[in-house]
Ligand binder design. Sequence first.
Ligand code: DWN
Length: 411
Amino acid sequence: MVKKIKACRICNKEALVQFLPLGRIPLPNGFIEHKNLKKIEARYPLNVALCTHCGLVQLLDIVDPEEMFHNYVYIPSTSKTRMNNFAEIASQARQRFAVTTDSLVIDIGSNDGSLLSFFKGHGIKTLGIDPAENLAKIAELKGIETVNDYVSARLARKLRKAKGGAKVITATNVVAHIKDLHDLLSAVEILLADDGVFICEFPYLLDLIQNNQFDTIYHEHLSYFSIKPLLNLLSQVELECIDIERTAIDGGSLRVFLAKKKNKRPLNSKIAAMQKAEFVYGLGSIETFNSFADRVRKIRTDLHTTLADLKSKGKTIAAYGAAAKGNILLNYCKIGNRLIDFIADSTPYKQGLYTPGTHIPIYPESEILGRMPDYILITAWNFAKEIKDKEKKYTAQGGKFIIPVPAVTIL
Ligand code: DWN
């Protein structure tokens, strides 16, 4: 089920201007079993717009979350880079906000419990909240207590009664997934102890636009934040930003630290400087987004032409990382199993399946050296360094990598 939206989810103004129609694409984590390859796949519109009033970039069509998150194949522990980022968040939280073994840490969108395990390892009380039934079970098996539900103010009231206030609440790559941002922040306010801190991290719109990371735009990600809409949202709730950092994860993200306003912590001066830099770059203007859309169309042409040329010369091509973003890239650029022979991916739940829309088989990473394709398109480009470091034998034997963004490049 898809709902079309008319008004901005932060400022409620009907000021949405579409700048990039990506077409009708299957859900990015909708991997397919072999027996279902001949069935017609559901495709959903993927159109993204700028709110010319508050600056929030957002999807215009909202897919029912149950279709996307009830059973989820993505797990973070497949990447060292992501696990190191989690370890850093946990150690930063422990050191900066005096988290002790008496404190409670809650992770919203806790997946398989990977982030919480870095708190649990220090004897800290933890609680995960995640809607994916399969992942909540995995987390529980690891000893991470997990509430299998969507976060909401209603759920928060129940949990606050049962567990008390949390010293730290984390949400990495979750805020973008949630339709009702006001309800999310109400839930955080309810769950947070008076001196508690909410740490959330999500891809930064400025990096996304500057580096042409259009494949981060997909059905699961409803909002794409910059500072202006973030401050607009915070002006409507009882939380304020006490610090903000730019982090390198996922091609460039914001790590935002929020606390209850009544604590009167000083607003970080970095925020004003960042907002100014966004304005100078042109994030307030639709022309910036229209030229981004032009660059995206050029990537589509360049990538398709590059791969088709190589194929016509008899070269073999694989991809690396059956990432959600990879499925957007492949579908939008019309790159299917005629161009790509297979995708290597270490996620056990993806191996043996086929990519949505493009029907490319997913094999374990060991198939790279087993089959030695001439070229590998790194679809999980956010982990290009980790993948290249892991596949040194492949390059030593003459294999070459192709990176799709910010511009198609053969390494
Ligand atoms: O926000 C989201 C992010 C955090 O995770 C979700 N909505 C969905 C998901 O997006 P994604 O699938 O684009 O995420 P990743 O982390 O970029 O996916 C990387 C893929 O590459 C995974 O399937 C694992 C795989 N991989 C691998 O096979 N070998 C990754 C590395 C680093 C490797 O060495």
